[in-house]
Structures are given as structure tokens and as C-alpha cells.
Design a protein around this ligand. Structure first.
Ligand code: SF4
Length: 904
């Protein structure tokens, strides 16, 4: 049985030390790269962050999001106290109410009438306790996570091929390989530090060939030798074609196939049946025969090849098969388990891997055990002393929200995630939650789109406050340290779950510190986990089951398995050619490639969704840092020039996308990096930052039938020019939603800037005064025809709003100088300079920000390029741009290239 260790020092002891200047090692809370961070703390404030030099994920680097962690620390939007039905209550009241409501629902409708929806942002210890409570004690496996949206396909690909959900390689392989194929990955934006490592390796070893397979020419292509803009969703055709090519040209490793794999003939036959030569591959992928031949040759003729795959593969209705089509090629050539040779799935979220370890998905049990083996179910039940062990898989994310809509699930607890923005068909999810009897939300931020639907809102601690471990994409476990006191009355997620469990009357949740949970998790990974020389389950951290508090508090990053055989961790797996299948051999999987569920109809284009450079997920944290919204300030749509011409769209106009009643309005960016007929829309914007830009509301809820991951990368949508009649901007101290058809907000140092537009002509002065009834004095300027209007509003002589608008679809020019005047007392005599948007001095207009770290704009950079700076390094020397996190280097290179080709 589980032995709960209760001798550890109570949580919070570490936090009380943070009174003078000190440094703490921790881990970034954003993406799956999992960078080590050194935080400098003074008087309970993080005053600076640096990349941790000795962390194997980043060796001192941080991207712009990581290096801004301290700037997002003190959000005015923090949730500080529990709320029930919008009333602030005590923890005792909130938890009693929640537990009683859960119990009532379960007693009336059974355990399958409740559900948890978790997050890859949770720490492993939080995840472990949530999974234990619902699967072992409440008695249902209705627990899924936003990781379903991120890497569920890769999980199943790994299990089918290797017998276990294992990433075989490590980040070092990306540097030591001779051929790196990035497929479905815009690493430059989604995994910036990994991208910087690859870029450096390429600089040091120019013979390292980099191939990008992506329908879009993304920033990642900046370092690519070859980019193939293959048709969206055609990846499995590409890799089936590669397998056929390898066999046809005798590049398969017959010895490796015979000794270490099974199922080769069937996989090859399926591949050949579909794509039996390069021409067939080129036709299926709508790509150049020569480029495909070149990439196939590179794969075949080099021993060291890494295929790095990410959301472009996973977020598909056939993502599992795509993953296996990739793995098949590596198995056929023995390019796995060796330095610089492996298939490598990189995850989006910081702790997607930790969630997989504890079984945070509806179809998993803890510690890599599963529902398909009764012995596993019994083993976990016994270990937990679980009174109501779930016996079958639960509902995966899309089905879970459908069940809520159908009234089958009556209570849901959502932790650390925002499904009203991030789920496919997000408007449906919003409506489903509105129908649900009990919605509990544990959150750091008070009014996320999902929190608005909550009956019970529970304040959770955030980065810097909470303590626990995360596991990154290369299986590396790192400590995310708690060194600040919780904001307000916030509690750690594991504490909230444990207290709730106790309220429900369950034993086994009397943890005092995350080390208690971690040790239990490590002990469970060891349970009956031996078979011959090979562990029966890949996830094994048994060597950490007796970790001391001192060791845990100073945990150095370590890659699992961590067991008797590998007490210092394991950099690479499968080096002996032994896998976690019953036979010990890896499985080839016969793949019949499939295209996405729907193709575009007349008047439709294919929408692809993804990340932008400086934002994370649904912006609830990164949206609060002014300089993280300086680079990309509004939702937008990348569109090919040919499509723009046909649709009569101009750069900077607003365009409207639609699907099943959902709308997305964004600025047109004409971009030849798109394929014709395909557009790109970022997935970050939520209803707090824009009127109509929740891109995932347009995404169809089609899922991969094996793993349940939705098809985010391929949605046919309608597209029309927005019927803009007037447009303008508001610079204001007030955080409110302007009443007009379109608005998008950014945070600036002293307030907010809203871009606004309307579909009906208005009297500007009347409209403005309705929005700002509190203004005491107005300074206005307008022409006699009512074409242009400028106004500044003051309360007690302090500037509270500037509005500048005109008729038509091209808005007035903005000035960053205005942002700094907010809240300032402005004398009568100089109020006209506010309307003019400047001081009258000839301040240089920097243009849109390119380098977020040093706030360097396009105009400044272009001026330097024209005056002779012809490389990113040269620009960095004079302007510092690109010299901190390096995320803007691809854009700097593109600007230099554009300047060369246009001569402007
Ligand atoms: Fe954080 Fe950036 Fe590192 Fe990702 S790449 S973990 S966001 S610092």
C-alpha cells in the first residue's frame, strides 16, 4: 500500500526565506522546452530572471516569454479569494459547498456524472493527486487534460511502436545529428530556445542539413536548407513514400529489422500500396519531385537523422498514424537509440510529459499503467488503497464537453486551463458549461473566459509561489520552486484537491508537502516494474522514492528512467534495441495515409491555427506584459497574395472568417509564405483581448479516432472582407470593452490601447461620450464633413482617454508617445499636442516592435539596414536587437533579405 510520508517540513517554509535579495533555481512555466531559470528575489518580488547556465534544456538561454516571467508576476487580475456564485467566501465555505454538491450529484447520478479537466500547466504533484482522487476514490476516469489537444497523438504512436509512451532521444541529438527534419513544427516561435540551439549547431557545423516540412514558410525556415511546402495533412503520404524509397533503394537495415522489430513487411506493403515512388509522393503532397527526392536521399544516406515533430503532426484526425509513419522510417533504418538519430516528438506545454507520467489522460492509469490490463487496475487500486477504483477509460476532452451538453456530466472541475478559448468548437464548449449544474474552476486569474462560467472559483498559486516538479519534452524532471508567498488567499492546486478530497471523506490525502506526493509517485513507478533485464514500464523513477527534503528542494534536472540501473538518469533509450513490448521488439505499424476530414468548398479557404512569437496559450498571463504584445498587437490572418487579390483584400484591412456561426475578425497580412487557398490565424486571442478572435471557436470538433486529438490544423472557413465603415484607436486608462463591432486591446505601461472599428456610421463624439460618461472635460477636433475626429478626455486635468478615428477602413496613424501621457496632468495650453499625437518635436517614429526585449521597431531597423547593417549580428551591435533571447533573428534576416531584394 501507499505509505504517506508526513514528516516533511510544511509547505511555505521555503517561501518565508524570501525577504532579502537571493537567487533561486527554478523552471520556466511556459513551453515544453522546460528551460531552467534563475530568479532574483527581493522582498518577496522577483526582480529579474536569467537562463540557468547548468540546465541541460537551455544552458543559460531564455526566450522573450521566459525572460519576461518577472514582468507578469503581479497581475492586477489575480484571483485572490474563493468565490461561490460570484460571492467571496472562505475556503471552508467554498470547499464544503463544492464537496457537498459533488456528493449529491454522484449519489443521484453515479460517479460518471462528474469530471475533471486538467492542464499541462499543472505540476506533476498536482496532477498526481487529481488523478488519484477521481480515478481511485470518486470512481470514474472522466479526467482529461488540455494535453489531449497537444500531444495525445504522439502518446499513442509511441505506445504502438515502442510498447510505451517514450521519447527516445534528447535535445543534444538535435545538435549532434547530420540531418534534422522538422515536420509540423514552427520551433522558432513555439520552442524558441530549442530553435536557438539548432541555429547555433548549424552555425558551428554548416554541413548539418536542416529540412522543414510545413505548408507555411515559417520563421523556422530561416535556418533551413530545404523547405517543402507540402499540402496540409499530407505528411503520412510523405513518410509512406520515404519507407517505400528506403526499401526500393536498399537503404533499410535488414539486421536491425530482423533483430529488433516486427511487422516490417505489412508496414512496407501498406506504404507501397499507397505511395510507391517519388512521383506518387510528390503528387500526394503537392510538392516538388526534386525536393522530395533530395530529402529522401538525405534521410537514406545519413546515419544520423532526427525527425522532430510537433503540433502539425499531432493536431490532426490521423495524427497517430502520422507519428507512426515517421517512426516506421526510423525503425527501418535503425536510426533510433543512437546519438543524433531518433524520432523526437516535442510537446507544447511545460508539463505535458508529467501529466502522461501520472496518467492524467482519460485512457491512462498512473505510472504508465493502463485500463487494458486488469492487473494494472488492481495494482494501482491496492497501492492507493482506493475504495472506488475506475475500471474503464473515461471520456476524452471533446466527448467530455459533449457529455456536459447532453446532461450526462453534471459537475466539472476545470484546473489551470481555459477551454472556452482553447477547445475546438469553443462556442459549443461555452454553451455546454452554461448548462452544467456545477462548474468549478481553479485559476490564477479572476475573469478568464472559462472563469466567467464558474459557479465556484478557487484561487490557485502561480509560478514562483508553487512548488513541484515538471517534466519537459526530453523526459527531464526539474523543480519549479515556490519562493514567494501565495497571492491573497491562494492555495496550491495539490492542497486544494487534497482538502476537497478530505471534505468528501476520503483518506489518503493528508499530504503536508509536495515531497510526500513525489515520493508516492516515485514508489508507484517502481511497483512490480521489472521484467528480465528490461523494465516492464518505461516510466521508472524508483531511485527517487526515498529522496530527502534537502535533495528534493535542490533537485538537479534528471531524465527518467531513474532507477537502480540508471541512478543518474537516462539520456537516450533503446540503445540496445530492446523495447517495452511483450517481445521486446519495436512494432512497425501499417499505415494507410488519410487526408483531413473536410476539404474546402467553394468560397472557403483552409484555416491553419498556431502560435505567435511572444504569446502563450490564451494570453491570461503573457497578455498582461506590455512588451509581449508589442510585436503582434492584433489578431490577424495571413493570406496568400493571390487570394487577397481574388477577395479584393488589402494589407491592414479587417477580414472576417466564419464557420458554424462562429466569427473571427483579424487584420489582413498579405503573405507569400502561405500556400494559395490556405490561411493562418493565431490561436491565442480570448474575449478579454478582442471582440471576435477566438480562432478555436471556428475549428471543427473532428478528432483522431484512436487518440481523440482534434484537427486544429485544417478547418475550411468562409472568408469575407469586414464591412468596416469607420476605424480608429482609443488610448485609455479604462479597461472596458468598447461598444463596436470590432475591437482589440493591448496593455501598455499606463493603461490600454484599443483598435476599434464599426460596420455602421456613427457620430464619433456621441459614441465616445457614451463610452466615457465619467470624463469631466473634452478637447475635440473634427472636420466639417465628419470624416475625421480626435478627442482627449480629462478627469481633474489628468488624461484618461484619447480617441482618434475616421470614416473608411484605413485607420489613423498611432503614436507610442500618447501611451506615456495617460494619467498625466495636461495643462490647457498643451492639450492640442495630445490631439496632434506628439509634442511637436521631431521624435523618431520607431515603427512596430520587432525586438521585444529591447523594444526596437521596424523603422529603426530598416534605417540601419539601409545604412549598411547587412546581418543580424551587425544590427545587434548597433541596436542590441536579437542579442538577448534571439527570437527576432529570423525576422531581422527577413527584413535584410527584403531590403536586398527590393533595394529599398
Ligand atoms: Fe520558457 Fe521560452 Fe524556454 Fe519555452 S523556450 S521554456 S517559453 S524560456
Amino acid at each position: 500500500m501507499s505509505s504517506l510520508i508526513t514528516t516533511a517540513v510544511p509547505e511555505g517554509t521555503l517561501q518565508q526565506q524570501a525577504t532579502s535579495i537571493n537567487k533561486e533555481h527554478t523552471t520556466c512555466c511556459y513551453c515544453g522546452v522546460g528551460c531552467g531559470v534563475t530568479a532574483t528575489i527581493q522582498n518577496n518580488q522577483v526582480i529579474a530572471v536569467q537562463g540557468r547556465e547548468d540546465h541541460p534544456a537551455n544552458f543559460g538561454r531564455l526566450c522573450v516569454k521566459g525572460s519576461s516571467l518577472h514582468q507578469t508576476q503581479h497581475s492586477p487580475e489575480r484571483l485572490l479569494r474563493p468565490r461561490v456564485h460570484n460571492q467571496e467566501v472562505s475556503w471552508e465555505q467554498a470547499l464544503s459547498y463544492s464537496a457537498r454538491s459533488f456528493q449529491d450529484i454522484i449519489s443521484k447520478y453515479g460517479p460518471d456524472s462528474v469530471a475533471f479537466y486538467l492542464s499541462g500547466q499543472l505540476l506533476t504533484e498536482d496532477y498526481y493527486v487529481a488523478n488519484k482522487l477521481i480515478k481511485g476514490f470518486i470512481g470514474t476516469a472522466n479526467v482529461d487534460t488540455n494535453s489531449r489537444l497537444c500531444m495525445a497523438s504522439a502518446v499513442v504512436s509511441h505506445k504502438r511502436a515502442f510498447g510505451s509512451d517514450v521519447v527516445p532521444g534528447c535535445y543534444e541529438d538535435l545538435e549532434k545529428t547530420d540531418v534534422l527534419i522538422l515536420v509540423g513544427s514552427n520551433a522558432a516561435y513555439a520552442h524558441p530556445v530549442t530553435f536557438q540551439r539548432i541555429a547555433k549547431a548549424k552555425q558551428e557545423r554548416p554541413h548539418l542539413k536542416i529540412v522543414v516540412l510545413d505548408p507555411r514558410r515559417t520563421a523556422t525556415c530561416d535556418i533551413a536548407d530545404i523547405h517543402i511546402p507540402l499540402a496540409p495533412g499530407s505528411d503520412a503520404y510523405f513518410f509512406n513514400g520515404l519507407l517505400s524509397y528506403l526499401a526500393q533503394h536498399n537503404y533499410c537495415d535488414a539486421h536491425y529489422i530482423a533483430e529488433h522489430t516486427q511487422g516490417f513487411e505489412a508496414a512496407l506493403s501498406a506504404a507501397q500500396k499507397q505511395v510507391n515512388n517519388i512521383h506518387a509522393a510528390a503528387a500526394a503532397c503537392d510538392a516538388s519531385v526534386d525536393l522530395i527526392a533530395e530529402v529522401y536521399r538525405l534521410f537514406a544516406q545519413n546515419k544520423k537523422v532526427v525527425t522532430l515533430f510537433s503540433q502539425g503532426i499531432n493536431q490532426s484526425s490521423s495524427g497517430v498514424d502520422k507519428g507512426n509513419a515517421i517512426i516506421n522510417c526510423h525503425l527501418a533504418t535503425g536510426k533510433i537509440g543512437k546519438e543524433g538519430a531518433c524520432p523526437f516528438s516535442i510537446t507544447g506545454q511545460p508539463n505535458a510529459m508529467g501529466g502522461r507520467e501520472v496518467g492524467g489522460l482519460a485512457n491512462q492509469l498512473a505510472a504508465h499503467m493502463g485500463f487494458d490490463d486488469q492487473a494494472d487496475i488492481d495494482r494501482v487500486a491496492q497501492f492507493w488503497q482506493a475504495p472506488n477504483m475506475a475500471q474503464t477509460e473515461g471520456l476524452k476532452a471533446v466527448d467530455m464537453f459533449k457529455a456536459i451538453d447532453e446532461g450526462k456530466i453534471k459537475a466539472i472541475w476545470i484546473m489551470a486551463t481555459n477551454p472556452v478559448v482553447s477547445m475546438p468548437d469553443a462556442d459549443f464548449v461555452k454553451q455546454a458549461l452554461q448548462k452544467c449544474e456545477l462548474v468549478m474552476v481553479s485559476e490564477v486569474i479572476a475573469d478568464t473566459d472559462t472563469a466567467k462560467a464558474a459557479h465556484v472559483l478557487l484561487p490557485a498559486t502561480g509560478w514562483g509561489e508553487k512548488n513541484g516538479t515538471v517534466t519537459n519534452s526530453e523526459r527531464c524532471i526539474s523543480l519549479q520552486k515556490g519562493f514567494l508567498p501565495p497571492a491573497g488567499e491562494a492555495k496550491h492546486d495539490w492542497q486544494i484537491i487534497s482538502l476537497f478530497a478530505q471534505k468528501m471523506g476520503f483518506k489518503g490525502f493528508d499530504y503536508l508537502h509536495t515531497i510526500d506526493i513525489f515520493k508516492e509517485h516515485a514508489a508507484l513507478s517502481a511497483l512490480n516494474n521489472t521484467r528480465k533485464q528490461t523494465p516492464a514500464r518505461a516510466f521508472d523513477i524508483s531511485a527517487m522514492a526515498d529522496i530527502t527534503l534537502k535533495q528534493y528542494s535542490n533537485l538537479l534536472p534528471i531524465q527518467w528512467p531513474v532507477n537502480q540501473a540508471n541512478p543518474n538518469g537516462t539520456q537516450r533509450l533503446f540503445s540496445t534495441g530492446s523495447f517495452f513490448t511483450p517481445s521486446g521488439k519495436a512494432n512497425f505499424i501499417a499505415i494507410t495515409a488519410r487526408l483531413p476530414v473536410l476539404q474546402a468548398q467553394r468560397n472557403e479557404v483552409i484555416m491553419n491555427t498556431g502560435r505567435i512569437r511572444d504569446q502563450w496559450h490564451t494570453m491570461s498571463r503573457t497578455g498582461t506584459a506590455p512588451h509581449l504584445l508589442a510585436h503582434t498587437q492584433e489578431p490577424y490572418v495571413d493570406i496568400h497574395p493571390q487570394d487577397a487579390r481574388q477577395l479584393n483584400l488589402l494589407e491592414g484591412q479587417l477580414v472576417e472568417l466564419g464557420n458554424r456561426g462562429a466569427r473571427y475578425i483579424g487584420r489582413v497580412k498579405i503573405n507569400a509564405a502561405q500556400r494559395a487557398g490556405e490561411i493562418f490565424a493565431p490561436m491565442h486571442w480570448n474575449a478579454k483581448y478582442a471582440s471576435s478572435a477566438r480562432a478555436d471557436a471556428l475549428v471543427n470538433p473532428f478528432v483522431d479516432p484512436i487518440c481523440g486529438q482534434p484537427e486544429f490544423k485544417h478547418t475550411p472557413v468562409s472568408i469575407v472582407r469586414h464591412n468596416t465603415q469607420w476605424t480608429g484607436f482609443l488610448v485609455t486608462t479604462k479597461n472596458h470593452e468598447p461598444q463596436c463591432d470590432y475591437w482589440a486591446k493591448i496593455t501598455v505601461q499606463k493603461g490600454y490601447v484599443f483598435r476599434v472599428a464599426g460596420v455602421q456610421s456613427i457620430a464619433f463624439d456621441h459614441w465616445l461620450k457614451q463610452q466615457y460618461p465619467e470624463v469631466e472635460q473634452w478637447q475635440e477636433l473634427q472636420d466639417s464633413q465628419g470624416e475625421y475626429y480626435r478627442a482627449a478626455g480629462f478627469v481633474a486635468s489628468a488624461l484618461v482617454v484619447v480617441f482618434n478615428a475616421n470614416q473608411g477602413h484605413i485607420g489613423p496613424t498611432e503614436s507610442r508617445w500618447l501611451n506615456d501621457q495617460l494619467g498625466e496632468s495636461i495643462e490647457d495650453g498643451v492639450r492640442y499636442s495630445i490631439l496632434a499625437g506628439n509634442t511637436g518635436c521631431d521624435d523618431e517614429d520607431q515603427g512596430a516592435v520587432v525586438c521585444a526585449c529591447y523594444q526596437v521597431g521596424t523603422n529603426t531597423i530598416n534605417r540601419k539596414i539601409r545604412s549598411g547593417c547587412q546581418s543580424a549580428e551587425a544590427l545587434g551591435q548597433v541596436l542590441k536587437c536579437g542579442t538577448n533571447c534571439g527570437s527576432c533573428i529570423p525576422e531581422l534576416n527577413a527584413m535584410i533579405q527584403a531590403c536586398r531584394s527590393t533595394g529599398v
